[in-house]
Design a protein around this ligand. Structure first.
Ligand code: KG4
Ligand code: ZN
Length: 339
């Protein structure tokens, strides 16, 4: 097995995207993703349906990734998979598939932390951040400010104590009757609205921690009260409501990010995770970076939401560091960063 040219197949199955990617010598060759439309009608991810859909999709997704890049199974040096955090049943599908392949091909296994992989998505393409940098990781399940000291050395400086910001976007969208996932729709309507039209109260947290449950409840009562006055309130004001809510959520993220910069004196800032695709966050971050002289890194859209390319990137660095795992490895639904 060549130390210099590892070729790795990576599998991601933590939530509702089944994805596979092949990486050769640190270069991501592809990123095949099968999204699960089945959850739309339920207004959120249904764990049992997610694991069944992974089971149905995984063979095809892995086959497509291998065929697309023209690399034979025999040329692989390792199989990587997401160990956690994520949904137990979904993780189990990826872990079991990876183990089966590793066993059949007599290859080593590499376990990857999904949240660390979101951060390492920044190393797929240029420009790559310099260490140390701060990463705001914002997804449907997590909201964290991570101090990234090295590829495989990260420390969580602050995180949400209840809901994730992506969940706040999705739940608010659901309250307005929008389909799941509502985050991208709120983003779309927000671009046409007035961000100062409405205000919502929010919970403030000490240090670098976040809380999004307060604003979610405030939004629920706001809609209830306004609908009493006019039952078509949402339809008539959709753009302004979305713009105002998005503005609040982005400000909550930016406030903590600014504080983290002051505390650490690090002004290299990256954003990662599904909510990093939000145009309001991207624009505000770009403006703040100009004002405060930050150097910012925003990943390509396909590497923001869940994907196996980021798992492959993390696996590449783990391979170089000789960090493999045994066949007895099990998924960890609440796996933390830096543990
Ligand atoms: O990272 P991700 O694909 O999956 C998790 O690990 O959770 O993130 C999914 C989350 C969802 O909550 C989705 O609504 C949100 O990212 N999202 C967005 C946007 N695109 C995806 N939220 C706001 N604006 C967007 N443009
Ligand atoms: Zn994710």
């Amino acid at each position: 097995m060549s130390q210099l040219l590892p070729t790795i197949l990576a599998i991601e199955s933590s939530c509702d995207e089944t994805s596979a990617s092949v990486i050769r010598n640190g270069k991501v060759l592809n990123n095949v993703i099968a999204s699960q439309a089945v959850h739309q009608q339920h207004g959120g991810v249904v764990p049992e349906l997610a694991s069944r859909a992974h089971q149905q999709n995984i063979l095809q997704v892995v086959n497509d990734a291998m065929t697309q890049c023209g690399i034979k199974k025999e040329e692989l040096n390792a199989i990587a998979f997401t160990r956690g955090p994520g949904l137990m049943g979904s993780l189990l599908v990826g872990v079991s598939f990876a183990k089966g392949m590793a066993l059949a091909l007599d290859l080593p296994l590499i376990e990857v932390n999904h949240m660390e992989a979101h951060v390492l998505a920044h190393f797929i393409d240029e420009p790559r951040p310099q260490f140390p940098f701060l990463c705001l990781t914002v997804s449907g399940g997590h909201t964290q400010i991570v101090l990234v000291k090295e590829y495989l050395l990260m420390e969580v400086l602050g995180q949400t104590q209840d809901d994730a910001v992506g969940e706040a976007f999705d739940k608010a969208a659901k309250m307005m009757g929008l389909p799941y996932p509502g985050g991208p729709l709120i983003d779309k309507f927000a671009q046409l609205g007035n961000a100062n039209a409405f205000t919502f109260s929010q919970t403030s947290m000490p240090n670098l921690d976040f809380s999004f449950s307060g604003i979610k409840t405030a939004f629920l009562y706001f809609l209830r009260d306004r609908k009493k006055e006019d039952e078509n309130f949402v339809e008539k004001n959709l753009n302004d409501i979305c713009a105002s809510l998005q503005h609040h959520l982005v400000q909550m993220l930016m406030q903590k990010l600014k504080r983290a910069v002051r505390q650490t004196d690090i002004n290299q800032i990256a954003i990662a995770g599904g909510v990093a695709a939000n145009s309001g966050l991207r624009n505000t971050l770009t403006k703040t970076a100009q004002e405060l002289n930050w150097k910012i890194y925003i990943p390509e859209f396909q590497y923001c939401t869940d994907n196996a390319a980021m798992i492959a990137m993390a696996a590449h660095y783990k391979f170089l560091a000789g960090k493999f795992c045994g066949m007895d490895v099990a998924p960890i639904p609440n796996l933390g960063v830096g543990v």
